[in-house]
Design a protein around this ligand. Structure first.
Ligand code: GDP
Ligand code: MN
Length: 426
């Protein structure tokens, strides 16, 4: 009898294994290679469901917050102090006669009232980059641009300029937002001292930049964009075509600053995302930036409130990126889920954490490029490389205010997600 029982148990186990392997295959077939491997997909359980344990308790290192900050400053400073110039690849594209541009636009969402803030940035971008290439500019606004705005802008570039009004359906608050719930949310944010909490247009802007800008009719024609904001500074000459660099090296997204977010603004972004991932575990990328996403050593109160997300994000006021990533199935389905949940209005979900989380989950981390060579400031943070191409900034200085250094999470990107090859890129 014992012998028969053992045989029966073995038989049942084989059946279960067989069933599971088929289930896993169905889940993963679409995006993953047909051979399922638990080491490669630790975020899935053996039955192909979302493995919640993977997203919890990652960093149980015995290190205090001040120690973590100190260690990370050291990592950041060491990288930033290295003398660099351009990416070390042998196919950077330089301006030539009859130069063939990439399908790209310089892109700025801006208000008429910000004319004085955007003009100096246009002047810098033209002088340091675009007068060699003449990429077109796109200016977007929820209201028509004034003649004054257009006339002044046109004085500072020889490139083609588009001045576009955003169609209302891409900008306005969706009708499903519950005004009572919204009011309560705003009050909670205000009590936590969150800036722009009651500014309707700011919530619209964050939602627009998170999930609709890449689909407006005007943007549909482009594959690449460089996001440019008023009142920012560009410190360095860029003598190669950054869009062609992205294209030629199979990059999706370029950034230059990493910071932690105001955790109250995205309290439920991660839990809302987990609900989505439970339904679509197959969307997760095996080479995602999970450690960076879930780090909780340097600023643990942030990950604590969000129930897992470090809040570290690519600071999206600068980005050079492929619009098709956002238009893709994973990101757009996920955005729809977020939009329905309403956190752009009940909280103040920003486009920076939304872009960043989307990239960390759904893209190969090696396709995310740190443009270390593009010296940049959006107050109060700075990316200042040690390069002869730059002026007017102090190499490795991240923030003019001393307390700002703890907000810098670039070291996590360096430590957890950059390969040796990427570190050697500059
Ligand atoms: P912050 O960087 O988070 O402090 O926010 P900003 O005020 O710089 O806004 C981010 C970007 O969105 C900037 O490029 C602004 O010009 C733009 N922006 C914000 N609100 C509006 C708005 O209501 N209308 C338009 N057209 N642009 C906006
Ligand atoms: Mn800004």
């Amino acid at each position: 009898i014992v012998r028969y029982l053992v045989i029966l148990i073995l038989f049942v186990q084989i059946l279960v294994l067989y069933h599971n392997s088929h289930h896993i295959k169905n889940v993963s077939e679409k995006y993953f290679p047909s051979v399922f491997n638990n080491l490669k997909y630790p975020f899935l359980t053996s039955t192909g469901e979302l493995n919640l344990a993977f997203f919890k308790f990652r960093f149980e290192e015995n290190i205090t917050v001040p120690e973590a900050i100190e260690r990370n400053i050291e990592i950041y400073t060491k990288v930033m102090e290295k003398k660099i110039s351009e990416p070390k690849v042998n196919d950077l594209k330089r301006p030539t006669e009859n130069y063939q541009l990439a399908n790209a636009t310089l892109f700025s969402l801006v208000r008429n009232s910000e004319l004085k803030g955007i003009v100096p940035v246009i002047i810098q971008i033209e002088e340091k980059f675009n007068n060699k290439f003449h990429y077109p500019w796109t200016f977007l606004n929820d209201e028509p641009f004034t003649d004054d705005f257009k006339t002044e802008v046109l004085k500072h570039t020889k490139s083609n300029c588009f001045f576009e009004v955003i169609p209302k359906e891409y900008w306005n608050k969706p009708s499903h937002i519950d005004p009572e719930k919204e009011k309560k949310g705003i009050k909670k944010l205000q009590e936590a001292g969150v800036p722009y909490a009651d500014k309707d247009s700011y919530h619209n802007m964050c939602r627009f930049n998170s999930g609709t800008f890449y689909n407006i009719p005007h943007m549909k024609q482009f594959k690449w964009y460089w996001r440019i904001e008023p009142d920012t500074r560009y410190y360095c000459h860029i003598n190669y075509d950054v869009f062609k660099f992205m294209e030629d090296h199979n990059k999706t997204y370029g950034f230059n600053i990493n910071v932690y977010d105001v955790q109250e603004t995205i309290e439920t972004l991660w839990t809302t995302t987990l609900d989505f991932l439970k339904e679509h575990p197959q969307y997760l990328h095996p080479e995602g930036a999970y450690d960076w996403l879930l780090e909780d050593l340097q600023y643990p109160i942030k990950a604590k409130l969000t129930k897992g997300y470090s809040t570290c994000h690519f600071w999206s006021n600068f980005e050079i990126a492929n619009l098709d990533f956002f238009r893709g199935e994973q990101y757009s389905q996920w955005f729809e889920h977020l939009d329905k949940a309403g956190g752009f209005y009940y909280e103040r979900w920003g486009d920076a954490p939304v872009h960043s989380m989307g990239l960390a989950l759904f893209e190969d981390k090696s396709k995310i490029h740190w443009f270390r060579d593009i010296g940049y400031q959006h107050s109060p943070y700075i990316n200042c490389p040690n390069s002869d191409q730059c002026g007017d900034c102090t190499p490795a200085e991240f923030c003019g205010i001393a307390s700002g250094v703890k907000e810098n999470c670039m070291a996590n990107w360096i430590k957890y997600e950059m390969s040796d090859e990427q570190l050697a890129m500059y």
